[in-house]
Ligand binder design. Sequence first.
Ligand code: ISL
Length: 570
Amino acid sequence: RTDPAWWTTAVVYQVYPRSFADSDGDGIGDLGGVLQHLDHLADLGVDVVWLSPVYPSPQDDNGYDISDYQDIDPVFGTLEQFDELLAAVHARGMKLVMDLVVNHTSDEHPWFLESRSSTDNPKRDWYWWRPPREGMAPGQPGAEPTNWHSFFSGPTWELDEASGEYYLHLFSRKQPDLNWENPEVRRAVHEMMNWWLDRGVDGFRMDVVNMVSKDVAADGSLPDGPPLPGTPWGDGSAAYICGPRIHEFLHEMHEAVFAGRDARLITVGEMPGVTVEDARLFTDPARAEVDMVFQFEHVGLDHGPGGKFDPRPLRLTDLKASFGRWQAGLADVGWNSLYWDNHDQPRVVSRFGDDSPRWRVRSATCLATLLHLHRGTPYVYQGEELGMRNFPFTHIGEFRDIESLNHHAQALAAGADEETVLAGLRAMGRDNARTPVQWDGTEHAGFTTGTPWLPVNPDHREVNAAAQRDDPGSVFAHHRRLIALRHEVPAVAHGDFTMLLPDHEQVYAFTRTLGDVELLVLCNVSGEPVAVDVPDGWAGSGLLLGNVPGDPPGGVGELRAWEARVHERS
Ligand code: ISL
């Protein structure tokens, strides 16, 4: 390696603006709210702020359905305010990354309105329009052009009565997929991206960008997928996850948008279903595609036979096998991103930790240490630095997320039991991550003076930023230490990774080595104390960081409940 890129020592913080802070009392977070709380991020020490979508949008999927790529939705603010935010982020020495959602637009985007207006409109081919299945009438059950199941339940095809043709939407019916086979589409996307970079933004997080290339045959047909048991649909993912032209499209984007200013940017492709082998190609700097990818293996390990909403407990050995393969696979080329939480995942302290009052802080800091000591760029999702928990949902009327609502409707229609469906949503639903950030212990947690669009977690009187900021034993203070450690100790950012104890069910242990410096990371991922055989020579090592005050009573090999420690020797 030559000089490592700046983002190899960086930590990114994700802001989901709708739930971050509301400055005008309408109950929805906005850019003004982000501006007011920038010092919270600067205090934490993060290098980059990633803003989930703030573009004009009908908000069918909370802004991941965009109707204008080059403006700000009035619910969030104005372009002037955006420029002010960008300047304020830069003034604090941080960078700002935009969410780029170009696998699909909103069905209210002018491109789609034109495309839908007639079969011979010049933009007809900007989306995936297809006639009904051969010999079938439009709207007849099973007449959809393929059997694919949508991420948000039901088929991926919506009939347009006017033309008798269907359009493709991998997500909601208000999110039609753009046709990247058409070079005009790609050119329009590049132009828009350049417009934002020229404005001063520092990169993109690219929504489901590994789905933009579809496996379309020369005659325009798309293949059915294997049937999904117990449903009328099939799994079409083989035809759209890392499709045939995906590397070509991303390299072309690099040439058209990033080339020449690549060194100051950070680019991360969100890639459900990506394999380590693919990720090596996507993130090999010599291939000039993206800097890193979000992979999904570790957040699928607790999915049961019925999928995401049928969760099962995580086995620590599965997590080690998975993270271990990614660390090894991207050791010599490419780069990892590291995350537990985002706006699509339940809260990690509730999911993989123990969010009871006794162990909330301990398990949140243990899991944070485990993640942040890996090699890669860590991402912290708003509220994760406070150890925020899942919401105690009791009925379907409390959910707002389209994925959860559609799943509930589809499951009940198929005969599922209401309590079972609710249990799945309570554990895994995306709204767990989307309740307002808890700034203080007052009504609505200081998030808004109005009525919050999604209820504030009732635990906000105990769990909030004001209570944690000056408490050295807080989840916030621990994150600040982890971030500082990455900035100060080169072995944290760049050291080689070696997994230890792969078969241990309770302890997650590894070393990081750079030159003469060696770090030993020990995490007890359980509520029971445990003793482990640590490799020789660590007895007299220094303690760089831990989440339990005081020296371990029994020496290096003793771990208290949910204890995490980083030892150093050189
Ligand atoms: O959370 C999921 C459903 O189980 C994921 O499949 C998720 O939809 C997938 O990770 C893609 O997510 C991204 O694109 C979606 C949007 O709803 C998510 O919020 C976004 O992160 C469509 O734009």
